[in-house]
Design a protein around this ligand. Structure first.
Ligand SMILES: Nc1nc2c(ncn2[C@@H]2O[C@H](COP(=O)(O)OP(=O)(O)OP(=O)(O)O)[C@@H](O)[C@H]2O)c(=O)[nH]1
Ligand SMILES: [Mg+2]
Length: 439
């Protein structure tokens, strides 16, 4: 399947239903009055983050989305039905822009997240709403407002914890296939990988991270050579870069020169990305003896004056893989983003330590992710407690003025009146003679 990372769509929310003009007509009910019901609200369109989608390919064919309009109001005070909302599933990492204004509407970053794309129209009002003391038979109703309609641009930048970087044939796809269930195409010719591919690397129970394989970079990629550098945007969201290096390039090229080429292209794309944590991973060490491989790697690291971490592995023989993966996992857990919302399926390091069941963590995140309504935003307070804390409302007299504060003497008299009245009531009831039915 072709990897599609940009798409344009049109969304049209449903219009509100019309209000109804109707009057009650019934035998023996003269002047029944108005009974035209309101219309229903139009359906709203939402973008929903779906973990089962990886590309925007579906939007090449299906570009227009329309939500249902609200039903019209009817007589006998019948309200029209609300139009159903429309959920548009999109992959995680989708950025939604307004095509007209270029405004970023939102970004799907965790499973189940919902972004409102177009608001449904408000319902029209039936003629009951317009009745008053002076107009008891209103011939007036309103139409529903139209639903919002807009053109949107979708951009996908896949999210992963770790990004693989390197020249073509460095063994990036082989590594991803060795450590995850992803099955990228592997071959000994350059540019085997044409589209980014994520894979989930499970290191142990509740210890996993996402690794992203991207097409190889070559010298001049920034100016369009090879597949260009546009795929680098897919590792922009990663936190750690693994720079794969063929320790024994078949073309006899210099290992140090190769590393510098990739870093130069990376800098051309983004200084920020180039400054991110990067570990050197010398690959294909199975072709050499361990001592030879170490000597070559150390020589390259010394020449580069490399300050960061470096590893030696073989994607084919799996040498050094366990050590690399454990180190990456530890790094990912230590550097977990604090401010960014976590994805629902992601293991939580703190929860693992505290032995909290995974379902509880997911439920808590889901509750947190749920958009808060205005009502929910109020501090939750039990009803009785709220009543108790509320100050007593100022009583108003018939004239609308606030009542004067009750003095102690008046309060005593009032209490006596209440007491005598309640005592008299049952007695009065008892004293009441039973009414005999007259024949
Ligand atoms: N001996 C040996 N060969 C390897 C190793 N890893 C990868 N290869 C070989 O290197 C070649 C290229 O591997 P890929 O995984 O396709 O390389 P890539 O970096 O994904 O290449 P592009 O997708 O073209 O950028 C394949 O023939 C692999 O079999 C390794 O650890 N040892
Ligand atoms: Mg590849």
């Amino acid at each position: 399947m072709k990897f599609v990372d940009e798409a344009t769509i049109r969304v049209e929310a449903g219009a509100g239903g019309k209000g109804c003009i109707s009057f009650r007509r019934e035998k023996y009910v003269p002047f029944g009055g108005p009974d035209g019901g309101d219309g229903g609200d139009g359906g709203t369109i939402w973008a929903v983050a779906d973990p089962n989608l990886n590309t925007l390919a579906d939007f090449r064919f299906n570009r227009a989305f329309r939500a249902e309009r609200g039903g019209d109001g009817e007589g006998s005070n019948c309200r029209g039905g609300n139009g159903a909302d429309l959920d548009v599933p999109m992959p995680l990492g989708t950025l939604v822009y307004d095509q007209g204004t270029d405004e970023l509407i939102g970004e799907l970053t965790y499973i189940g997240q919902r972004i409102k794309l177009a608001q449904g129209g408000f319902h029209g009002l039936g003629n009951v709403r317009f009745k008053s003391s002076v107009n008891r038979a209103p011939y007036k109703a309103t139409k529903g407002s139209p639903g919002e309609a807009r053109d949107l641009r979708l951009e996908l930048s896949l999210m992963a914890d770790v990004g693989l970087l390197g020249l073509p044939n460095a063994g990036k796809s082989t590594l991803l296939a060795a450590v995850s269930a992803a099955r990228p195409k592997i071959a000994d010719y350059p540019f085997t990988t044409l589209y980014p591919q994520p894979g989930v690397v499970a290191v142990g129970p509740l210890r996993s991270f996402v690794m992203m394989d991207i097409p190889g970079l070559i010298e001049g990629a920034a100016t369009g050579a090879g597949l260009g550098i546009r795929f680098l945007k897919h590792i922009q969201r990663t936190r750690l870069l693994l720079h794969l290096v063929d320790i024994l390039p078949p073309d006899g090229s210099d290992v140090v020169g190769n590393i510098q080429t990739i870093n130069a292209e990376l800098r051309q794309f983004s200084e920020e990305l180039a400054g991110r944590d990067q570990w050197l991973v010398f690959n294909k060490i199975d072709q050499l003896s361990p001592d030879e491989a170490r000597a070559l790697a150390e020589k390259a690291v010394k020449k580069l004056k490399w300050k960061g971490r470096w590893f030696m592995i073989s994607g084919v023989s799996r040498a050094g893989l366990d050590e690399l993966l454990n180190e990456v996992m530890d790094w990912v857990q230590v550097h977990a983003p604090k401010a960014a919302p976590q994805r629902l399926g992601e293991p939580d390091a703190a929860a693992v330590e505290a032995d909290v069941p995974a379902e509880a963590v997911v439920a808590a995140r889901r509750a947190k992710a749920r958009p808060k309504s205005k009502v929910a935003a109020k501090p939750a307070q039990p009803r009785k407690a709220a009543k108790a804390t509320r100050s007593p409302p100022a009583k108003k007299s018939a004239a609308g003025k606030a009542a004067k504060p009750v003095t102690a003497g008046k309060a005593k008299k009032r209490a006596q009146r209440v007491k005598s009245a309640s005592a008299a009531r049952p007695a009065a009831r008892r004293a009441k003679p039973a009414v005999k039915k007259k024949r």
